[in-house]
Design a protein around this ligand. Sequence first.
Ligand SMILES: *[C@@H]1O[C@H](CO)[C@@H](O)[C@H](O)[C@H]1NC(C)=O
Ligand SMILES: *[C@@H]1O[C@H](CO)[C@@H](O)[C@H](O)[C@H]1NC(C)=O
Ligand SMILES: *[C@@H]1O[C@H](CO)[C@@H](O)[C@H](O)[C@H]1NC(C)=O
Ligand SMILES: *[C@@H]1O[C@H](CO)[C@@H](O)[C@H](O)[C@H]1NC(C)=O
Ligand SMILES: *[C@@H]1O[C@H](CO)[C@@H](O)[C@H](O)[C@H]1NC(C)=O
Length: 194
Amino acid sequence: MATRLPFFSILFIIAALLQCSVRSDDTSDKLLQGINSYRASQNLSSLTENQNAACLAEQIAKQFKDQACSNTTGANTVPGTEQQFPNFPDFLNHCNLNASVTRDGAIMPACVPDLDPNLLLSNFTKSQYTGYLNDTQYTGIGLADEGNWAVVVLSTNTPTGNYATYNGKGSSPNVALPSSLLLLMLSFLMIWLS
Ligand SMILES: *[C@@H]1O[C@H](CO)[C@@H](O)[C@H](O)[C@H]1NC(C)=O
Ligand SMILES: *[C@@H]1O[C@H](CO)[C@@H](O)[C@H](O)[C@H]1NC(C)=O
Ligand SMILES: *[C@@H]1O[C@H](CO)[C@@H](O)[C@H](O)[C@H]1NC(C)=O
Ligand SMILES: *[C@@H]1O[C@H](CO)[C@@H](O)[C@H](O)[C@H]1NC(C)=O
Ligand SMILES: *[C@@H]1O[C@H](CO)[C@@H](O)[C@H](O)[C@H]1NC(C)=O
């Protein structure tokens, strides 16, 4: 018992540290929940998180980061005038993606001051993006946010839109294991050790 107590303290510290390092982004979590509630309301399956799509979303969000919101940016962009990034191939490279696996995906940037959660969600569920969200061909989703910008990338489960990396490895994940899962694993470890 005397030796077990400090051991548990150490485990708890490790648990706390892990929890910190994998703490996923609150804005993106809420947005994902909101989008999946919308999908449910349309009788569509939930979108599952695609880390490679999230990697690309992060690259794009970083580009938008310093741009101000206006009535012609983000979800208000006039179709056909979307901002093009000449260094887009670099973003793909960074995420170990090849343009052939992103072709059927959808990239949707939105700009909302302070990323107000309700406005942000309606920028996806009540805008020109809505047609993508209620499209059955999409099965996966990657999210990122920077500054006033959130970027949602939708993926399919086909080779032309699944965001599979060319080396078979995942791209640097933003969100590792959900912390709840890690805590569960640690709890099992504790039970096993005691
Ligand atoms: C979803 O399914 C329910 C029950 O089948 C139905 O009443 C509802 O109209 C459907 N909603 C949509 C948006 O299709
Ligand atoms: C956008 O805002 C500008 C002024 O800030 C206004 O002149 C223009 O009509 C607005 N456009 C739309 C589509 O609302
Ligand atoms: C992308 O992948 C396809 C199919 O594997 C391959 O034919 C193509 O050469 C690749 N392109 C690049 C730029 O790697
Ligand atoms: C999207 O967010 C902007 C704030 O940048 C807001 O003015 C606009 O009403 C929102 N659009 C929708 C459809 O919710
Ligand atoms: C998607 O939602 C829009 C807006 O509610 C609706 O007009 C459209 O018919 C829906 N499409 C599908 C495939 O459900």
